[in-house]
Design a protein around this ligand. Structure first.
Ligand code: SAH
Length: 365
């Protein structure tokens, strides 16, 4: 049995069943056995691949997006470029290379990374060597000071949430406890312990992403006060709905979330409607959510792919074209429609690049 599983079983024997958020937080962030704490999970050999790992174009376009925002803000100097959960640091490295095209922006910005994993902090330091001298923070609150542009790709999906199930008796919290054989198993808390009154058919699952909502609200409150914008990109839905979205992934395959705690990535889908409302409630303007496909199309992915292909060898051009498809196509081929993009900004900023498409009248293809 893996060490974290043994520890969780002991913990449940001592303290009783764990909320889903506590289980998720321990699986991902346990200091010794947490999924992200000891490993680099990205890439073809790893458990999953993310957009910045698919193509340099993704980070480059986000770097230019950030430079455009900086100009619209009146070119504040200094400005913090903050990334939440930077993984290997690939997005930030590509963004900074692209930002050199706007020399004033590159000179004005300082790089701040919010990262809990010591292993990934090292990977980020290597990736950014010679490009920036980043400062690392454990928590978002410490990373924000003054005008800021905040980037978060596949970060909100890693923040722990709680789940509730509508039973005959009412809403009951879903917990991780032990079955008769002493193995980890999902169960339900007594119904009297929740205050939820939403009407829904029996069996409905309701998720409460409090950590993500708190984070989005904190970022938005800061932006509304100090100026700037934040970009959240993740898989999830544009509209609030019901359903259990907790999933475990290991070596690019779905896994059982309870089978090997700490050895599979554990994530949830992001409810972008609720995130946008949290941002609005904290005083920011919300842009989107739009699909990743619409966002990347609007900020020039096709033009960037064309420019790169023009100077590429045939096999490189084929790789660029394949990356383009993975970033933008819908369905099983790509991330284009499952992934959504939400920006939150100081209300004084004009329309942000990437979000004007859905406000314009229908254009000819
Ligand atoms: N943005 C990267 C990595 C996404 S994976 C990419 O697109 O490739 C999630 C990242 O968030 C990892 O770097 C992980 O270590 C970090 N992370 C997850 N939960 C965190 C938390 N609560 N605090 C800080 N960092 C966290």
């Amino acid at each position: 049995m893996n060490a974290l599983k043994a520890e969780l079983i002991d913990l449940i024997r001592e303290e009783g069943p764990l909320s889903i958020s506590r289980y998720m937080a321990l699986c991902l962030g346990h200091p010794r056995h947490g999924y992200y704490m000891m490993r680099d999970p990205f890439g073809a050999q790893g458990d999953f691949t993310t957009a910045p790992e698919i193509s340099q174009m993704f980070g480059e376009l986000i770097g230019l997006w950030a430079a455009t925002i900086w100009r619209a803000m009146g070119e504040p100097d200094p400005i913090r470029l903050v990334e939440l959960g930077p993984g290997r640091g690939t997005l930030m490295a590509d963004a900074l290379r692209a930002a050199k095209a706007v020399p004033g922006f590159r000179a004005a910005l300082t790089v701040h990374l919010v990262e809990m994993s010591p292993v990934l902090r090292q990977a980020q330091a290597r990736m950014l060597a010679g490009l920036a001298e980043p400062l690392w923070h454990d928590r978002i609150a410490d990373a924000l000071d003054g005008p800021a542009i905040v980037i978060a790709n596949e970060f909100l999906d890693a923040l722990p949430l709680d789940q509730f199930i509508r039973s005959q008796a009412g809403w009951q919290e879903r917990l991780v406890g032990l079955d008769g054989g002493g193995e980890l198993a999902f169960g339900l808390a007594p119904e009297a312990e929740t205050s939820i009154t939403i009407a829904a058919p029996e069996g409905t699952v309701l998720e409460q992403p409090l950590a993500a909502l708190d984070l989005v609200a904190a970022v938005s409150r800061h932006l509304a006060r100090a100026g700037g914008a934040a970009l959240f990109i993740d898989y999830g839905s544009s509209r609030t709905g019901f359903g259990d979205t907790l999933q475990a992934v290991k070596r690019q395959r779905q896994a059982d979330p309870l089978a090997e705690p700490g050895e599979a990535d554990l994530t949830v889908h992001v409810d972008f409607e609720r995130m946008a409302k949290a941002g609005l409630g904290a005083g920011a303007a919300a842009h989107g959510p739009v699909t990743q496909r619409d966002f990347l199309a609007a900020i020039g992915l096709a033009q960037r792919a064309q420019a790169l292909s023009a100077k590429a060898r045939p096999e490189q051009a084929a790789a660029i074209s394949a990356a383009f498809d993975r970033l933008i196509e819908p369905g099983a081929i790509g991330m284009g429609e499952l992934f959504k993009v939400l920006a939150l900004s100081h209300p004084g900023l004009p329309a942000l690049p990437g979000f004007d498409l859905h406000r314009l009248p229908q254009q000819q293809a």
